[in-house]
Design a protein around this ligand. Sequence first.
Ligand code: IPM
Ligand code: MG
Length: 363
Amino acid sequence: MKIKIAILPGDGIGPEVVKQAIKVIKTIEKKYGHNIELLEGIVGGEAIDKYGEPLPDETWKLCEESDAILLGAVGGPKWDNLPGEKRPEKALLKLRGGFNLFANIRPIKVFEKLSFSSTIKPEVLKGVDFVIVRELTGGLYFGKPKEIRVENGEEIAIDTMTYKASEIRRIAHVAFKMAQKRNKKVTSVDKANILECSRLWRKVVDEVSKEYKDVNLEHMYVDNCAMQIVRNPKQFDVILTENTFGDILSDEAAVITGSIGMLPSASLGEGTKGLYEPIHGTAPDIAGKNIANPLATILSVAMMFRYSFDLEKEAKDIENAVDKVIDMGYFTQDLFTGNPYAKQLVGTEEMGDLVCKVIEGGA
Ligand code: IPM
Ligand code: MG
């Protein structure tokens, strides 16, 4: 298969973890005889420094030409005081919004041996396996007006939460379809006791659910859901929620996997082009030290093979390799401390090499 992938390493630990993901892509290319072209582009803070904007036209074009986009992370303290429109994070929003990638898929899976790396009791985590389906191009992130202005001599900030029924409907379909292939349960998360957006959300999700008689639907308030995720995460199969709630709940759910360094994500639209990124961000405090965990990015590549290229075997191969490396007790430092299964502390590069070696069949 002939494939073009846009590679946007970004800031902080982005370049180091993406480098490992590239090794994995090349290993898969060789093993399965694909023809994969990698087009590297500049994004985020690095792009602001060089071109004065977080997503230069050239990078956009490269993404347009590509079948899928792999992104490391964007942002950092250096750019924290820029106005909203000029911040590195804006690049992400432009990519998500510009390519209409409204469905953000964030799988939360427990690797049994990593449950000891979590601050939650291992018995609470055993067998947890759910997916957060986060709406990604609506709500507070995109609603207008969005500004700080002066009224009566004082500054006032406004963010606007809006949702059209059609936006809710299309993401609901994604969640129900996903549940049909899993354990047939959707938990729709909202704040319908307070927010109009949530009341519409609930109504539309109820309507959509009628088309999926085999899937059980429950509604849950977001505050309760935040508690249930750490109290009894086994109850979830597919969590369906809006943009901001999904952002917050997915970081919380990262505790379940032992480290935010384990969580991949896929952002999808109507077509097959997708944006794949780890959910962890730039981690500037550990950048450039070869200690960051590259597995979230590597697992994002697996999702890319699955969702953008429909290459399930390749996706599974990558996921199995990650399983095996963890099973052998090779952990990066985010997972190492206090875990009785940790045998060998490895750096970013070593972890990337190990995964490739297993894929090649050599470990
Ligand atoms: C995420 C991140 C982004 C978001 C930031 C970097 C804009 O936190 O993907 O979860 O809030 O969506
Ligand atoms: Mg986030």
